[in-house]
Design a protein around this ligand. Structure first.
Ligand code: ZN
Length: 96
């Protein structure tokens, strides 16, 4: 499926601008995948926006990896990214 953000088209994964949010564990850039969206508007649903860290699983020798993904640590970041995704990302993947 195709994701559109800021006039650009992405396949499956959209990088999150650092001004929106960055990783609370390592400060890295975040990525978004959309698993669920409104079929008529292409708007991601609140829980259809999945947040991932660009660096997690890639720096195994570093004590910050793999990430703990603690709810308290990530809650506000995930909320910000979901709100951003619902506002700016549009999905075009036909039926799920
Ligand atoms: Zn990270």
């Amino acid at each position: 499926m195709t994701l559109t953000y800021d006039g650009k088209t992405y396949t499956d994964i959209v990088p999150v601008p650092r001004i929106v949010a960055c990783c609370p564990e390592c400060g890295g850039s975040l990525l978004v995948q959309v698993s669920e969206w409104e079929s008529d508007t292409g708007t991601p649903t609140e829980f259809g926006v999945e947040v991932d860290c660009d660096r997690d699983d890639t720096c195994e020798d570093d004590p910050k990896f793999p990430h703990r993904w603690g709810h308290g640590e990530w809650q506000s970041t995930v909320a910000s990214v979901r709100a951003w995704g619902a506002k700016w990302i549009r999905c075009d993947g036909g039926k799920q």
